[in-house]
Design a protein around this ligand. Structure first.
Ligand code: UD1
Ligand code: UDP
Length: 374
């Protein structure tokens, strides 16, 4: 019997898992599993149990078919290591298509490797642009899209950006958001979560914080100032802060950890698993973040979100969703926090078009039709 065409989907860092899980589910459903073989490749960019394993469990993904174990390093080291290891996987598996998601180093590394071997690449979450080339992710987004053969897009701005950059019109598809497919999948479990009780916080009575962008957490002055802002917030309402490993390292390095830990209403935790984190988002009074994905999830959940950045590559979350972009200076943040705490931040928000939990279904149908001609 001839071998089925193989799709390799590449994951590496935390925000990749929730984007690929729905694709794996649909491609391994009876409708598609007789037509193709879908396999997950984990680069190992993120490797702590709380940054990786937890997501396989919560999103009910199987062990990856390939684990590259690249770990941390400088941008060049990490990108190069993924390329070297992923090339071996491609030579072995001979995939008909490589599917990459998002904008992390693993995304561009896998794209470069596959395209140089003549393997078509589909980019899920293509076309997003912040316009800020000091962000490593922006460089990854631009380079990945420049090389990709198929673009699956979450919002209209992505289509506009790709067409401006001369991406082939017939290969750009507005499909919705696979990250939101995962929200739909995990919501019933999140409703059962006991994480609020475990942390000792009440519905709508806490602010949820995530910070990990180098521009916010690698610079001592900026991180010190953000911590002071959060300490002020904790005087008005409990603050729950699951700390990303990059941020924890810097809080320790700058001597800020003990200061936070001394405040009784400032609750620091390890990075949370997906289901607990979803429960924490949906029940928060508001969310303060610099994450890409959290901007989208809060919009899907209808939870007010303050994004501590000067730009966003996800403008729809501000245009129609609950997100407010707040360049992280003292004056801006004070104003935004005061509005959020007094309840003045309520926006007339909507869920963006096609963020309905069915993006992976749309992608699968297009892949089979356009990439494999079935
Ligand atoms: C990466 C992505 C970023 C994404 C973020 C999601 C790039 C360039 N950056 O940033 O776009 O928003 O993931 O969380 O790809 N570390 C651990 N344990 C881990 C992983 C990392 O301790 O499991 C520590 C290491 O000290 C490492 C540092 O965190 O050096 C940064 O990790 P890295 O993957 O390079 O970048 P992130 O900041 O996580
Ligand atoms: N997330 C999580 N636990 C946490 C923090 C975030 O499960 O403690 C999830 C969040 O719900 C979203 C994803 O991680 O699905 C976002 O990843 P991250 O913020 O690390 O990366 P970004 O989206 O900024 O690239």
């Amino acid at each position: 019997m001839p071998q089925l065409p193989i799709i390799l989907s590449v994951v590496g860092a935390r925000p990749n898992f929730m984007k690929v899980a729905p694709l794996h589910r649909i491609f391994t459903a009876p409708e598609y599993s007789s037509l193709l073989s879908h396999r997950i490749v984990h680069t190992g960019q993120h490797y702590d149990a709380a940054m990786s394993d937890a997501f396989f469990r919560d999103l009910e993904m199987p062990e990856p078919a390939y684990f590259l174990g690249v770990g941390s390093g400088s941008h060049a080291e990490q990108t190069a290591k993924v390329m070297v290891e992923f090339e071996k996987v491609c030579m072995d598996a001979k995939p008909a298509l490589v599917l990459v998601v998002g904008d992390v180093n693993s995304t561009i590394a896998a794209t470069l490797t596959a395209t140089k071997l003549g393997i078509p690449v589909a980019h899920v979450e293509a076309g997003l642009r912040s316009g800020d080339r000091t962000m490593p992710e922006e460089l990854n987004r631009i380079a990945t899209d420049a090389l990709s053969d198929y673009a699956f897009v979450t919002e209209q701005s992505g289509i506009d950006n790709l067409l401006r950059e001369n991406f082939r019109r017939d290969r750009v598809h507005l499909v919705g958001n696979t990250m939101i497919d995962s929200v739909h999948f995990a919501l019933p479990k999140a409703r059962q979560s006991r994480i609020l009780q475990e942390l000792g916080v009440k519905l709508q009575e806490y602010a949820l914080v995530t910070l990990h962008r180098p521009s916010n957490v690698d610079d001592e002055t900026q991180l010190r100032f953000l911590v002071e802002m959060l300490m002020d917030t904790a005087s008005a309402c409990a603050v729950v802060f699951p700390v990303h490993p990059r941020t924890r390292k810097n809080l320790e390095r700058f001597g800020l950890l003990s200061r936070i830990e001394s405040h009784s209403r400032f609750i620091l935790t390890e990075p949370q698993g997906y289901v607990h984190f979803l429960a924490m988002m949906m029940n928060a009074r508001f969310v303060l973040t610099d994450s890409g994905g959290v901007q989208e999830e809060t919009t899907a959940l209808g939870v007010p979100c303050i994004t501590l950045r000067t730009t966003t590559e996800r403008p729809i979350t501000c245009d129609v969703g609950t997100n407010v972009l707040v360049p992280p200076t003292p004056e801006n943040i004070r104003l935004a926090l005061s509005d959020a705490l007094s309840g003045k931040m309520t926006k007339q928000a909507h869920v963006p078009p096609l963020w309905d939990g069915k993006a992976a279904e749309r992608i699968a149908a297009i892949v089979v039709r356009d990439c494999f001609g079935m």
